[in-house]
Design a protein around this ligand. Structure first.
Ligand SMILES: [Zn+2]
Length: 249
């Protein structure tokens, strides 16, 4: 299997996982940087993530143009992905979600998203909020051109997650496993944080605790453990590319 075929198969798994874990629904998407051309990325045609198959994957440049004359309808918000890849060469996977549990923290003017549970330490200490209205005025709130995608990436800066006001979030990972992990635990963290805020003052993770939880190796066995579990739960365990160390034979 070529690197491209493996990448596409993993991208299909990521789509199914994010749908099954409730991170995305009919909308939202996940991409990976092209393994053979770092100036391009791979992303499904406009299709709900839970339904994505290998044949749906398209190739784009950083300005959201399709490669190879592919005429199928792409996602309107693909510019999120190109904006982040063009600014962050170490990033290899990007996820965009409208997860409800995260939204309150995208519109609150007083309470910022903070990691409060250990599994969410991977999202990093600072989660900036990007409001499209600040630079682009009244829009439909969707990221529909290169300039908006790059402005969003500018607010993400060197962080792992950026919230998008009244809209959702974008997460960036050095690997697909890392991006999926961040995106699965971000809404869980938001639910716990919201519940705790009702009780009064909240203990949040300290910078030192977050540093301990930042993923040192995005391909480590503990990352694979979750990936395998989520993939099997999503019904696509047959697509898993099991690493040599995890094989029984
Ligand atoms: Zn969106």
């Amino acid at each position: 299997m070529t690197k491209l075929e493996t990448a596409i198969r993993n991208l299909v798994i990521a789509n199914r996982i994010l749908a099954n874990e409730g991170v995305v629904d009919a909308y939202g998407h996940v991409s990976i940087r092209h393994p053979d051309n770092p100036e391009h990325y791979l992303l499904s045609r406009s299709r709900s993530p839970g339904l994505v198959e290998a044949g749906d994957i398209m190739e784009f440049d950083f300005d959201g143009r399709t490669v190879g004359g592919d005429k199928r309808p792409p996602y309107l918000e693909r510019f999120i992905h190109g904006g982040i890849y063009s600014r962050r060469p170490e990033i290899n996977a990007v996820i965009h979600s409208h997860a409800d549990d995260v939204l309150p923290f995208s519109i609150s003017l007083t309470t910022r998203m903070r990691p409060v549970v250990h599994t969410a330490g991977c999202m990093g200490a600072h989660i900036p909020v990007w409001d499209i209205r600040d630079k682009f005025g009244d829009t439909n709130l969707l990221v529909t051109n290169t300039e908006q995608g790059r402005d969003l990436a500018g607010t993400l800066a060197a962080n792992n997650v950026v919230l998008m006001s009244a809209h959702g979030f974008a997460a960036a990972g050095r690997s697909l496993l890392e991006a999926v992990r961040i995106s699965v635990y971000l809404p869980k963290n938001a639910r716990v944080y919201m519940g705790a805020l009702r009780l009064g003052e909240v203990r949040v993770l300290s910078p030192g605790e977050i540093e301990h939880k930042m993923v040192k190796n995005p391909e480590a066995p503990e990352m694979w453990r979750a990936w395998e579990y989520w993939a099997k739960r999503a019904g696509c365990g047959d697509l898993l590319d099991i690493p040599a160390w995890a094989r029984k034979d």
